[in-house]
Ligand binder design. Structure first.
Ligand code: HEM
Length: 286
């Protein structure tokens, strides 16, 4: 049993549970990255509401948002870790799991600090609709991500996470993976955005996505309308091209932007202690 606040064994146990032969592409990694991102991506800079602190997705108001469909799988994967280290908060566990998963899948080492609490301030509950809608275009992406405090370059860098995992018809309604090896973090997503021909396809449920079918390997890859939007806007396209040709720059920029994402709404002192949370107040507790 490790002592409270010792995250090294927690990291090791998260790394061990990534291997899931029965699940998706054999890894819990991608869905854990999505959990970390959706836990943080509710942040609104203007009202200082939402963000990873509080782990609000445990409750119906946020967890039941259709945008979060499927993320219960990620939370269930992490339950044994929470049971083994009861001192860790869900807010820390979810963000740490994303960071560990990215590293284990060959991605960069993203700085992570603990200290988030599971206290949810009822007056600061984020309304639904703060996460992006994949059926939209570039204006929507700016609207959603500028609200969190991200610029064009950061939007493109963050989108590179679609190198991981897949879409599920029973979750978002979209279907398929972006790259051939969706459990390996790389800049392949950007390279394929530029190098393949993407054709619009209407799914049985009426949603439109973009696909490329490769005759030789008989595999179909996909892009969401929001992914294609990055190639249809000059300001975004500049960074798609940069990240497609320069993996090191993508890794460096992704590292910065993902660590910024999981710190949204959190204020720390010089020693890293979180200042703007009050675990003693009423409200939800884990
Ligand atoms: C999956 C939309 C940004 C990481 C998905 C899915 C959609 C989506 C529709 C499929 C969900 C499913 O059916 O299971 C979007 C949109 C974004 C965006 C519209 C706006 C730019 C991001 C960001 C990250 C991210 C910023 C992380 C930094 C992921 C991952 C998956 C995923 C890892 C795969 C999950 C799995 O395999 O279960 N996204 N996303 N996405 N997204 Fe995004």
């Amino acid at each position: 049993m490790s002592k409270a606040g010792d995250f090294a064994p927690v990291r090791q146990d998260i790394a061990k549970l990534l291997h899931q032969p029965e699940y998706d592409d054999g890894s819990a990694g991608p869905v854990l990255v999505r959990l970390a991102w959706h836990s943080a991506g509710t942040y609104d800079a203007e009202t200082d509401t939402g963000g990873s602190n509080g782990a609000g997705m445990r409750y119906e108001a946020e967890g039941g948002d259709p945008a979060n469909a499927g993320l219960q799988h990620a939370r269930v994967f992490l339950e044994p870790v929470k049971a083994k280290y009861p001192w860790i908060t869900y807010a820390d566990l979810w963000t740490l799991a994303g960071v560990v998963a990215i590293k284990e899948m060959g991605g960069p080492d993203i700085p992570w600090l603990g200290g988030r609490t599971d206290y949810v301030d009822d007056s600061k509950l984020p309304p639904r609709g703060r996460l992006p809608d994949a059926a939209q275009g570039g204006d929507h992406l700016r609207w959603i991500f500028n609200r969190m405090g991200f610029n064009d370059q950061e939007i493109v860098a963050l989108s590179g996470a679609h190198n991981l995992g897949r879409c599920h018809s029973d979750r978002s309604g979209f279907e398929g993976a972006w790259v051939n090896n969706p459990t390996r973090f790389s800049n392949q997503y950007f390279r394929l955005l530029l190098s393949l021909q993407w054709k619009k396809k209407t799914l049985a449920n009426g949603l439109e996505q973009f696909v490329n079918y490769d005759e030789d390997s008989e595999t179909e890859l996909m892009m969401l309308p929001t992914d294609i939007a990055l190639t249809q806007d000059k300001a975004f396209m500049k960074y798609v091209e940069l990240y497609a040709r320069d993996k090191e720059t993508f890794f460096a920029d992704f590292t910065k932007v993902f660590s910024k994402l999981i710190e949204l709404g959190i204020v720390r002192d010089g020693e890293g202690k979180i200042l703007n949370t009050d675990n003693q107040k009423g409200g939800y507790h884990s």
